[in-house]
Design a protein. Structure first.
Length: 135
């Protein structure tokens, strides 16, 4: 999955190793239970920034500058990133958790990308596309 990005490079996204996150985060899914959807960073950001505990940005508490710097360097060197993983609570697309990828989203937002691929549970694909997809 390739997207034209900032820093004069295209960015290649890879499907993350769901099995690792399933074990570490108690996610009862397997890779085949997930879909790839292209979503608006700005639309995601409008909801995400309300969660100051997990938000990576000016009003958030989860900024780890070493991670931000490492991601920027990685993009310059390799330009390959794992797609962030999202899931909703109780089927409400405005109540989601970023299982993995908060700092990647922040860097890509800072770079000015409008849409990036996310990995979401297959049964939540339509919810995310309707709320955060291209209109």
């Amino acid at each position: 999955f390739n997207i034209g990005g900032g820093m004069n490079r295209d960015i290649t996204f890879e499907f993350p190793d769901i099995d690792i996150y399933a074990i570490s985060d108690n996610i009862p899914f397997k890779k085949e239970d997930f879909s790839i959807v292209e979503l608006s960073i700005e639309k995601i950001n409008q909801v995400w920034k309300k969660d100051v505990n997990t938000y990576v940005g000016e009003s958030g508490n989860d900024i780890k500058l070493t991670k931000i710097d490492a991601i920027k360097k990685w993009i310059k060197l390799k330009a390959t990133l794992y797609m962030p993983i999202l899931k909703t609570y109780n089927g409400d697309p405005d109540c989601f958790i970023i299982i993995n990828g908060r700092h990647r989203i922040a860097v890509l937002r800072e770079m000015g990308l409008e849409y990036i691929p996310f990995v979401v549970p297959r049964d939540q694909e339509l919810l995310f596309l309707t709320r955060y997809g291209k209109t």
